[in-house]
Design a protein around this ligand. Structure first.
Ligand code: NAP
Length: 327
């Protein structure tokens, strides 16, 4: 038996409990992993609280990220004792995920843990840091360079936002952070933000075209914020859209696209091919200052996860939460 969080939905309602799970209950897969760390992402918060339709089959072990040691493998790429890393692939949604002491997975979803990171560091970065890196790479692919002007990051205190600021600042960009928590300005400046704006200035319905302010943006908020960001991007600039913390709708106009030639780059981390994952993790090894990790993340035990999830949904958690699944 091992410990894990199980989400169930039946006549008694929707609930998440920390419970004992037997190895026979694990889903099919060709690699069994002894999990050391997982994380709490926005999506895990939705799954744990039932606030969003993230979980597709029940019962479900949540946790879209995990790192651990291979215990059994019939995949030639992974040997017993290998340290492996998983982000996404629908794990924690349609296949049992990382918030348990064991997981059974498909080898094609795994990568070897990059040597640059300890297991805990890889989970401090997790899907949030890997997504922020994918967004930065997308902006670079569209020609962004530090001398082109300010880059806006929305949802600044969140996991994706925190890493986007830290990576961009390290690469030499002047970063403007948009947040609803101005009281966290000192934290955002420590990450590297040069300027901080109140998210209320972006969250209401706006005009199709506004003053050109930013060379590019990374948006984890969506809705009116994304529409207003597009309306304020400079001629031929790019917005990397990766989240929906304000809402899933995009109440925007084509005006910035056809009059200013801006680009909206969609960022998906879940089904990303392995080559892109390896590239993003290699870039994280060189372009992220690891001394930022204790500032961005904090560690909790598996037993604390269920109580913390509502705080994440309420936007009260700063940065990242790493979960030591063995305590
Ligand atoms: N595309 C992908 O593959 C991918 C990968 C990872 C995450 N995501 C998505 O990206 C988003 C951010 O993820 P995360 O892990 O960084 O989540 P998070 O840690 O919960 O951060 C979200 C941040 O958004 C801001 N926010 C929250 N509610 C808001 C609202 N109503 N209006 C405006 N801003 C609001 C808050 O920042 P402030 O307090 O600073 O305002 C909050 O800290 C989520 O929607 C998540 O599902 C997508």
């Amino acid at each position: 038996m091992f410990k894990g969080i199980l989400i169930e939905k039946d006549d008694a309602g929707y609930r998440a409990t920390l419970t004992d799970i037997s190895e026979e209950q694990l889903p099919p897969g060709n690699v069994t992993v002894r999990v050391s760390y997982s994380t709490l992402n926005y999506k895990d918060g939705l799954a744990l609280t039932g606030n969003g339709p993230v979980v597709r089959t029940f019962p479900m072990v949540p946790g879209v990220d995990l790192v651990g040691t291979v215990e059994q493998s019939s995949d030639a790429e992974f040997q017993i004792g290998d340290q492996v890393l998983l982000n996404g692939w629908g794990v924690g949604e349609g296949h049992w995920g990382g918030l348990a002491e064991k997981a059974r997975l498909e080898g094609k979803w795994l990568i070897q843990l990059p040597k640059a990171f300890t297991p805990a560091q890889a989970m401090a970065i997790g899907t949030a840091g890997y997504t922020a890196m994918l967004a930065v790479i997308a902006l670079e692919k569209n020609g962004l360079r530090p001398d082109m002007g300010d880059v806006l990051v929305t949802g600044a205190n969140g996991g994706v936002g925190s890493f986007a600021i830290a990576i961009l600042a390290r690469l030499g960009y002047r970063v403007v952070a948009s947040t609803g928590r101005m009281a966290e300005s000192a934290y955002l400046k420590q990450l590297g933000a040069a300027d901080i704006i109140d998210r209320a200035t972006l969250s209401e319905p706006g005009r199709p075209l506004a003053k050109e302010r930013w060379a590019a943006a990374i948006d984890s908020v969506g809705s009116h914020t994304l529409a207003n960001v597009c309306a304020s991007i400079r001629y031929r600039g790019t917005v990397a859209a990766c989240g929906l913390a304000q809402g899933m709708e995009f109440p925007g106009s084509v005006a910035p696209f056809i009059l200013r030639g801006i680009t909206l780059a969609g960022i998906d981390s879940v089904s990303r091919p392995r080559a892109d994952r390896l590239q993003a993790w290699a870039r994280l090894a060189t372009d992220l200052d690891l001394s930022m990790l204790p500032l961005i993340s904090r560690e909790i035990g598996l037993s604390e996860v269920i109580a913390i999830a509502p705080q994440l949904m309420a936007g009260k958690i700063r940065g990242r939460v790493v979960v030591d699944v063995n305590r």
